[in-house]
Design a protein around this ligand. Structure first.
Ligand code: GLA
Length: 681
């Protein structure tokens, strides 16, 4: 990334992307970047700077919009003040003396994950109102036809949106107050011809949990700019200092996978803090879809016995253990154990779970309150938003900007965590907020940070009706996401495939759900359900009492395969494959060294052609030889009558053949998964 400035003006990124020779002359790059001037243009092209300024006739969206304390619009114009450079980063300070403002840009590079982080800070000599502050603004390539951003919904997270570039802007803004299912704050810009495995791409992610705004704009002269920041006007108070969240950016010449691997590694190795980094990720059991609110000690013990027998190593007690929580209309915020359901407290259940060799986790929804709760009756003023607001799942949010609210929730949660041997919290956030407010997000962060400081051994799962709060800001404070409330294996296959553009295996929860899926009504075979869960951080969520003998045997076998492989898989990269058959969704999970991999080829529909098309692998050494084993070849259906080599046993072939010809897999039904292991010889 090359930054250059003319005189004392704000710098612009004049180049970013493929590495240039270290002796490249930067003056020449600056001049070489300058555009010609012709009819209908200004006499000099305004800079597309790190914060484009309206006052310098920038013809697009400015990077900063603010008003003085009394409401007068300010038109800032910044000039160089100072800079600081270190091995890892750069900090640039610019001042607008007339308006009493200072703008600071911070960059850091991580040569190992190939991520650049960038942040903007604004300081004023009196309180001002902020409307919009972009993280450092970057140019986007003009050799690209489209951009990929993300939409989604409950049980349908991480839907990719491809939008053609055209004059003007694409403006995404999330005003729900949480990261949300609908607006994952990420953007990929593939250059023309880029696929998962080939070509160039640029990636962006804004690490903030309160809702973001994104601008992807093409100017009349053809230049393109990308801006990311908090949703507009979510700073509700005048203040003397503001900052953007961190913007994570990367460039890849290895297709979209290059961006995906950078984000996956950066999240896993640089952002998430693991209480016990050496502890293998335990197989989860979560009781939600087995019992819902109907907690009975003997039933839960029975379920725990069966979960442990299947291979579970952590038991998570979901919603329903506190207050008078018999359904979702009441008791949120009354975080005390329900004596009707647990007359002797939680200890008998926890002791039982521990006796089975599992650890114990518990569900909270800390930011929320039901009107039918003891706390609401005494402190209705603690609610966030209007009294007559529309409820979401019968609940309101607490005002997390108030220190007394945070103290109250902290005390309740800390009392439970201190009194019980609990090492895991599933932290839910089941409704959107009545309006975006940065104090609400900062309040949530402060509460989590305080709990983590005092209970450092407790891991946290970020859930918000499934994947409604997933971003690198929340992941600084948590270790796992509940990617979706959909345990429908076919839907999950797609959701986790697209989420892998940003999320590594280690943080992505995936559970084997009930035989008949509770959110889609569909029935899938246990083998498909189990392998889909085994692609990520594996767990179970069905009532194990429903499993017949065959289902139990398959689930045990896949779970033990997962445990056997997790030591390397949880640190592996997920490489999405370019499948020639749109019915096949395939990925290759490979160690960083490339000596070991597993390919999951999910058949998500019936193919148009009769026989499976060869599946090309990626990122192998062309000259190396690999031993390829179709792990579950024994499950081929009778309709697969031929004998492709892989059906017969392992084959040994070159990386070149695997990447250019590809695997010839046996025929299979839809809603099945082939699992192929690879070992470099
Ligand atoms: C949300 C979560 C579920 C479950 C319920 C409990 O919907 O996504 O997994 O925890 O809340 O009420």
């Amino acid at each position: 990334m090359v930054l250059a400035a003319t005189g004392d003006r704000l710098p612009q990124v004049v180049y970013w992307g493929a590495p240039l020779p270290l002796d490249e002359d930067l003056e020449t790059l600056h001049r070489g970047h300058e555009l010609d001037v012709t009819g209908g243009m200004l006499d000099e092209n305004p800079d597309l700077s790190l914060c484009p300024e309206a006052v310098r006739t920038f013809p697009g969206q400015p990077g900063l919009i603010l008003r003085d304390g009394d409401g007068t619009p300010l038109l800032p114009k910044f000039c160089y003040a100072s800079d600081e450079q270190s091995e890892e980063g750069l900090s640039l300070t610019y001042a607008d003396e007339a308006n009493g403002l200072i703008l600071i840009f911070e960059f850091a590079t991580d040569p190992s994950t190939r991520i650049i982080t960038a942040k903007t800070r604004l300081e004023a000599n009196r309180a001002v109102h902020l409307h919009w502050l972009a993280a450092p603004v970057l140019p986007a390539p003009q050799q690209s036809d489209e951009m990929i951003d993300f939409a989604g919904r409950w049980t349908g997270e991480f839907q990719t949106n491809r939008t053609a570039w055209s004059a003007g802007m694409r403006y995404r803004e999330n005003r729900t107050g949480r990261t949300g299912h609908e607006h994952f704050p990420g953007l990929l810009i593939p250059l023309t011809g880029c696929t998962n495995t080939k070509g160039e791409a640029y990636g962006f992610h804004y690490g903030w949990s309160g809702g973001h705004k994104m601008i992807a704009e093409e100017l009349p002269d053809g230049r393109r700019q990308i801006q990311f920041g908090h949703a507009a006007r979510m700073e509700t108070q005048a203040a003397k200092s503001f900052e953007s969240a961190t913007l994570y950016v990367t460039y890849s010449h290895k297709g979209l996978n290059g961006c995906a691997v950078s984000f996956q590694r950066h999240l896993r190795d640089r952002i998430v803090t693991w209480p016990q980094p050496d502890r293998p990720r335990p197989v989860h059991y979560n009781c939600w879809e087995a019992v819902y609110f109907d907690h009975k000690l003997d039933v839960l013990k029975d379920i725990a016995d069966r979960a442990a027998d299947l291979g579970a190593e952590r038991f998570v007690l979901d919603d329903g253990w506190f207050g008078q929580r018999d359904d979702d209309t009441r008791s949120l915020s009354d975080w005390e154990v329900d004596p009707r359901k647990y007359p002797e407290g939680l200890h008998p259940l926890i002791d039982h779970v521990h006796g089975l060799g599992m650890t114990f986790g518990i569900w909270f929804e800390p930011e929320m309150i039901n009107e039918d709760s003891d706390i609401f009756r005494t402190r209705p003023d603690w609610v966030f938003g209007a009294e007559d607001q529309t409820l979401g799942r019968q609940q309101k949010a607490l005002n997390m900007g108030l220190p007394e609210v945070r103290d109250f929730i902290y005390d309740r949660m800390a009392a439970i965590l201190a009194a019980h041997p609990i090492d895991y919290v599933k932290w839910d956030h089941n409704r959107v907020l009545p309006m975006p407010d940065a104090d609400q997000t900062r309040g949530s962060y402060a509460l989590i940070d305080r709990l983590r400081a005092d209970f450092p051994h407790v891991e946290i799962e970020s859930c918000a009706s499934g994947g409604g709060r997933i971003d690198f800001g929340i992941m600084k404070r948590t270790q796992r996401v509940w990617l979706s409330d959909s345990n429908d294996a076919l839907e999950r296959l797609r959701i986790q495939h697209d989420a892998a553009l940003f999320l590594p295996i280690a943080v992505t929860g995936s559970h084997v759900g009930p035989r008949r899926c509770h959110t889609s009504g569909r029935i899938f075979d246990i083998s498909f359900r189990a392998w889909v869960a085994a692609q990520r951080h594996m767990g179970f969520e069905m009532d194990p009492r429903e499993l017949d003998e065959r289902e139990t045997a398959v689930l045990r076998e896949v779970t033990s395969w997962w445990k056997h492989n997790r030591s390397w898989m949880l640190g592996a990269d997920i490489l999405r494959l370019d499948s020639a058959d749109p019915a096949v969704m395939a990925e290759q999970q490979m160690t960083r060294e490339g000596d070991k991999f597993v390919v999951f080829a999910g058949k998500a529909a019936t193919s148009d052609q009769i026989a499976p098309r060869p599946l090309r692998l990626t990122a192998l050494q062309p000259d190396a030889r690999y031993r390829i084993t179709l792990m579950n070849r024994g499950t081929a259906p009778a309709l697969s009558r031929g004998m492709p080599a892989l059906k017969d046993g392992p084959v040994e072939v070159s990386g070149a053949w695997l990447m250019h010809h590809g695997l010839t897999l046996p025929w299979n039904y839809p809603d099945t998964m082939w699992v192929v292991e690879g070992q470099r010889l």
